[in-house]
Design a protein around this ligand. Structure first.
Ligand code: NAD
Ligand code: DAU
Length: 338
């Protein structure tokens, strides 16, 4: 079997590549155009792996994608490639539509033309909008209507709908997974958990949007990767699967857990202006993937957050290089006024 993994130089895509190479006899071609979020050094340990090949390229380049599919004859496509940061989508929505919607459509066309056995779309719980804090009994199911808040989540919902239309109209064998917030090694330090770890280690102020009461449902990245693979191997073609582990924490609680573990003071916490359209609570009901595919998260948060903190402590060169580059301009623009 040969898989195309798009966005494999990013956070979840790279962890998925490692998982496939470690535990499956699958040839992996990783396609990534190395945006600010893609990092070739993440893949350095697998570059010479006999079942791995890296290709630099853009999923929005139709000609290039067609040629790649013609040359490589993939069996399976797993699309992680996306613009993924909500704050950046609020600042500049256009690139989110180009990559997340148009890029997906170009991959779908190529998958159809080249008789791909499975096209899997990596999507997000953000397509369901948010839930109120005072209704802890409510969860997102696969039947929850799409009700997006940000240009990012709208672009992800748009791509999900396109993927479903290629199943219904053309019979393309697709599956879609919608996962909650991931954390773990190789996450770009603009996202909450690595942002807090890297800034706390430098005794820098920790920006918390609004009141810090917003709730996210955290899942260790390898558990997400395993769920995706189960869906590709045993899931029902045409279906959506939610992935999440009933692991809800407020942002403030997550930050306090990290500070305690790093022996840093809570006085570093700084409340800043709220994110525009900030979703209050995400919470996945993972009953379908558990019932149909036997998936359950394997990494409790206490263990996953320790693994993650240890990884950031032991791999400072990876994130220090990122923080010293273009990211500095982004941080200044995003948080400079606070
Ligand atoms: P990321 O930003 O870390 O990585 C995205 C990768 O895609 C980068 O390597 C980037 O270079 C690449 N890319 C971007 N545009 C491209 C293009 N036009 N052509 C080729 N490659 C391109 O993102 P992530 O957090 O790893 O998320 C991966 C996927 O999972 C996304 O589709 C995201 O919507 C989804 N998702 C993320 C989370 C999360 O918590 N991070 C949760 C659920 C779903
Ligand atoms: O739910 C899945 C989604 O999770 C994915 O689809 C997205 O790609 C991924 O980025 C993530 O989105 P969030 O917006 O939930 O993640 P982020 O790490 O940006 O923010 C997590 C929470 O922390 C959110 O409530 C906003 C808050 N936050 C974030 C940053 C960067 C802060 O309070 N301060 C910050 O500086």
């Amino acid at each position: 079997m040969k898989y195309l993994v798009t966005g494999g130089a990013g956070f979840i895509g790279s962890n998925y590549v490692f998982y496939l190479l470690d535990s499956k006899e699958i040839d992996v071609v990783c396609l990534d155009n190395l945006t600010y979020a893609g990092n070739l050094s993440t893949l350095k340990d697998v570059m010479d792996h006999p079942r791995f090949k890296f290709v630099k390229g853009d999923i929005t380049d139709r000609e290039f994608i067609n040629k790649l599919f013609e040359d490589e004859k993939f069996d399976v496509v797993v699309n992680f490639a996306a613009e993924s940061h909500v704050d950046r989508s609020i600042d500049n929505p256009a690139i989110f539509l180009e990559t997340n919607v148009m890029g997906t459509q170009i991959l779908l066309d190529a998958a159809l033309k080249h008789d791909i056995k499975r096209y899997h779309q990596v999507s997000t719980d953000e397509v369901y909008g948010d839930l109120p804090l005072d209704r802890p009994d409510l969860f997102f199911t696969e039947d929850t209507p799409l009700r997006t808040s940000s240009p990012y989540s709208s672009s992800k919902a748009g791509s999900d709908l396109l993927v479903q239309s290629y199943y219904k109209t053309y019979g393309l064998p697709i599956t879609i997974s919608r996962c909650s917030n991931n954390y773990g090694p190789y996450q770009f330090p603009e996202k909450l958990i690595p942002l807090i770890i890297s800034r706390a280690l430098a005794d820098e102020k920790l920006p918390i949007y609004g009141t810090g009461e917003n709730v996210r449902d955290w899942l260790y990245v390898t558990d997400h990767c395993k769920a995706i693979q189960l869906i590709i191997e045993n899931g029902t073609v045409g279906d959506v699967y939610n992935i999440g582990g009933h692991n809800e924490f407020s942002n403030l609680d997550v930050v306090k857990i990290i500070l305690e573990r790093l022996h840093k003071p809570e006085s570093l916490i700084t409340y800043v202006s709220d994110r525009k359209g900030h979703d209050m609570r995400y919470a996945i009901d993972p009953e379908k993937i558990h019932r149909e595919l036997g998936w359950l998260p394997e990494t409790p948060f206490a263990e996953g957050i320790n693994l993650t903190i240890d990884w950031y402590l032991n791999n400072k060169e990876w994130w220090e290089e990122i923080l010293s580059g273009e990211y500095q301009n982004y941080y200044e623009k995003m948080y400079g006024q606070e």
